[in-house]
Design a protein around this ligand. Structure first.
Ligand code: ATP
Ligand code: MG
Length: 362
């Protein structure tokens, strides 16, 4: 196993700066207990404060600085009152995604005891699946334009570009993940009944890749019925893989079915490990609750646990540390303390401390 992992710590804006210390608090407890060595590089850029001082979100050598790290732990970016979202987002997070070839966006949807689901009658254990979203191409390729603008012939076209390499690598990742899970089930999101060129081709890629995974039970589902089933039968799913746009929609819908956004973690992965991967809560900087110490830190803490698991290649003491953090999150959701979004009145750091203590003691 590796010696010391070097972690870039980027709190960003708003509640990002409030939940990050709790992520680090729990990481410290876990790494101490399991004998893992982390070295933090604390970074104040990729924030709107930095933009106000420097007129750009990041220093020119950002890529060299981050490339020295094994992973990036990210809080949240954005403060629309000061900096428009397209500048803050395109000037930081979306650059990482592209330049570090983080081609997988991975999000769990899991319902915990003590967290009410908006889906009536669902209890802990009923919902437990992963969403794998293609993160670099497809519907978000930004190729196209407005033609004959201002005339009565005006039209707009935007292409979706699916490369063989881009499609195969995300499908392989999803089949691999399904194979490691107990149920070994994979659902491939498609729309080959309506999008008649690219989606049948995507289905073919899936069918080809599937031959290397005879033990994975897989099927294709059209995105419209798939959305309905997320709500009606979430217990059916194990791993779901989708192109960029469909994955974007599913990866918000899935966690929404499991309660608060304050719990949902995510990973932007470069599975080939040619550049660092990034781990961050799904939620944004939440200006409406920032500065009050009431944000739920669990999405941040869970993201940190996903980071350890990825660093350890899903095994070893890193996996044990990940599992201990998840167990501590589970018992804290059951027994408290809880933040306001879960009906409690605890402060951000009270929840962080409770989880860190459980990690140290279970
Ligand atoms: P994005 O930055 O992703 O575009 P956004 O800025 O529109 O999203 P968020 O910052 O994610 O939205 O916040 C959406 C809502 O969820 C807000 O009302 C916010 O208060 C609430 N929220 C977000 N994160 C948390 C959290 N960790 N704990 C409690 N409430 C949260
Ligand atoms: Mg925001």
């Amino acid at each position: 196993m590796a010696g010391t992992y070097r972690i870039a710590v980027i709190p960003g804006d708003g509640i990002g700066t409030e939940v990050m210390p709790e992520g680090l608090r729990v990481l410290d407890a876990a790494t101490r207990r399991f004998g893992i060595s982390l070295e933090y590089e604390h970074i104040d850029w990729a924030s709107c404060d930095y933009y106000e001082k420097h007129g750009q979100m990041m220093p020119d050598d950002w890529k060299a600085q981050l490339s020295r790290c094994d992973a990036i732990l990210f809080g949240a970016v954005g403060w629309p009152e000061k900096v428009p979202d397209h500048i803050s987002l395109w000037g930081s997070l979306l650059k990482f995604r592209r330049e570090f070839d983080q081609y997988i966006n991975l999000r769990p949807a899991r319902l915990f005891e003590g967290v009410p689901s908006p889906l009536a009658g669902r209890k802990a254990g009923d919902i437990d699946f992963w969403i794998v979203r293609e993160n670099t191409e497809g519907e978000y390729s930004s190729v196209g334009g407005v033609m004959f603008a201002g005339t009565d012939k005006e039209f707009v076209v935007q292409e979706s570009i699916f490369t063989r390499r881009g499609s195969e690598r995300v499908l392989k990742f999803a089949f691999d993940l399904a194979q490691q899970r107990a149920k070994k089930k994979l659902t491939v999101a498609t729309k080959s009944n309506g999008i008649a060129i690219s989606m049948p081709w995507w289905d073919e890629r899936a069918t080809e890749i599937a031959t290397a995974y005879p033990d994975v039970k897989w099927d294709k589902q059209h995105i419209d019925i798939l959305c309905a089933r997320f709500v009606l039968n979430p217990d059916r799913f194990d791993v779901v893989v989708a192109t960029n746009l469909f994955g974007d929609i599913l990866s918000d819908l899935g966690p929404a079915c499991t309660g608060t956004i304050g719990l949902a973690p995510s990973a932007n992965l470069n599975p080939d490990r040619t550049f660092p991967s990034l781990f961050e809560p799904v939620h944004g900087s939440a200006p409406d609750i920032a500065g009050k110490q009431i944000a739920n830190p669990i999405a941040m803490i869970w993201s940190a646990a996903m980071m350890l698991d990825f660093l350890g290649h899903h095994g070893g003491k890193e996996r044990e540390a990940h599992d201990a953090i998840l167990a501590a999150i589970e018992s804290t959701l059951k027994e408290g303390p809880r933040t306001g979004d879960l009906g409690g009145s605890a402060k951000t750091d009270e929840v962080g401390k409770a989880i860190a203590e459980r990690v140290a003691n279970v």
